[in-house]
Design a protein around this ligand. Structure first.
Ligand code: CA
Length: 407
């Protein structure tokens, strides 16, 4: 609360204490209201400078109030980093595979023309559509101006939000979408493709030629926008995103950095092969080894197109889900190596105990709050290194028991 800095509350402060208590909620609301209006107005110079008219600006912000759900979503901290296997199972579900196969049939001609024009594999386009918005069925139902305005005016993500708002206003002004239909996620990711406004401005495509780039309601525009985005970000026609591979016995993938890139031939020399016994397409493809669950889970050689997918979303688990879903849409089977599932679920009190033991060893700083974030994962990795264990950072029961046994 910043009400003490508001002149109105200072005036009220001179009145009797009992009156102040009674009057405070209404005054606080009015003060918040004024603050929000002042905040909206503070956006005007930037919008005007970008060519937005006052009419567009006023229309977009008419009756604007902050959306508490957006603030809540922006501040949400997941209690526990879910194992990647859980994420993959959820995202690449049988239901999503079946729905995607139907989309390949329904949009066969469109996808064919996008493949020709952009060189991007139709299965990958549909996979991104599926992961981003569940084929347009879950594009987010929050008005983008309100979401971004909230992020700006509550200071939650103000630096991110300001240029996005200006761009969103320009999109509205151009008439690509109405204010009412300009919906998306709490963070302003919009439509079938979940583009934020600045991404939209640079990469959205008018595929059907009606003069509007409509990623909210027009599937040709949306899918062409995805293909265009991937092409610009380095997609190579005719190449795979990556392969599930088998490692030679005793090979610890976590001893190889994910940023190590070398030709497939070099990996083959180490004894790495494809799981299904097929040959790699080209020995010269630049690949890195990706084994997010360590030696206990599946391993992959990922290629340039995996890195193109990472431009859509920087999470490697996301890129893997898109890649694997695209394989499944093409008719491929499930991963050969299962994800580890048995020892990754510590209860809250166990997670706190784990952190306390890591704190006691000087491997972790801060509080033992049971929230497994990057610091805890790094601490677990450091501990695993000292024990000569596979270094995967998983806060497993095995680790906890070992720490306990050492007192
Ligand atoms: Ca269009």
């Amino acid at each position: 609360m910043r009400i003490a800095q508001n002149p109105k509350s200072l005036i009220l402060g001179a009145t009797s204490a009992s009156l102040l208590v009674l009057a405070l909620p209404a005054v606080a609301a009015a003060a918040d209201d004024n603050k929000t209006q002042a905040c909206v107005e503070s956006l005007w110079p930037a919008a005007k400078g970008a060519g937005v008219t006052r009419a567009t600006f006023d229309h977009a912000f008419q009756g604007f109030t902050n959306d508490p759900e957006v603030v809540e979503a922006a501040n949400f901290q997941p209690e526990y980093v879910k194992p990647i296997g859980e994420y993959m199972d959820r995202v690449v579900s049988d239901k999503r595979i079946e729905a995607g196969k139907q989309k390949l049939v329904d949009y066969q001609a469109l996808l064919g023309s996008l493949e020709t024009r952009y060189g991007v594999d139709r299965h990958v386009i549909v996979a991104i559509w599926g992961v981003e918005s569940n084929y347009g069925t879950q594009p987010g139902d929050k008005n983008v101006i309100r979401s971004l305005g909230t992020l700006y005016c509550t200071g939650t993500k103000a630096k991110f939000a300001k240029p996005q708002i200006v761009m969103a206003l320009k999109i509205l002004q151009h008439g690509d979408v109405t204010l009412e239909a300009m919906n998306g996620s709490w963070a302003g990711a919009m439509g079938h493709t979940q583009f934020i406004p600045t991404t939209y401005a640079s990469f959205a495509v008018d595929q059907d030629g009606d003069g509007k780039r409509d990623i909210w309601g027009n599937i040709p525009d949306a899918l062409a926008s995805t293909a265009s985005y991937l092409k610009v970000h380095g997609w190579r026609a005719g190449e795979a995103w990556g392969y599930e591979v088998a490692l030679p016995k005793g090979f610890d993938p976590k001893r190889v950095s994910e940023s190590t890139v070398k030709p497939v031939a070099e990996w083959q020399k180490l004894g790495i092969v494809r799981v299904n016994g097929e040959a790699f397409a080209r020995a010269s493809d630049k690949a890195s080894l990706f084994a997010p669950a360590g030696a206990a889970g599946p391993s992959f050689l990922v290629l340039t197109n995996f890195r193109a997918i990472l431009h859509y979303n920087t999470a490697t688990s996301y890129a893997l889900a898109v890649g694997h879903l695209s394989d499944r849409l093409r008719g491929g089977g499930p991963l050969v190596h299962p994800w580890p599932t048995d020892e990754n679920h510590l209860a809250l009190d166990q997670r706190i105990e784990l952190q306390q033991l890591l704190l006691a060893r000087g491997l972790l700083t801060g509080d033992a709050d049971g929230v497994i974030g990057p610091a805890t994962l790094e601490a677990v990795k450091a501990y695993q290194r000292t024990k000569g264990m596979p270094v995967d950072g998983f806060p497993s029961l095995t680790i906890l028991k070992l720490l306990r046994s050492e007192g």
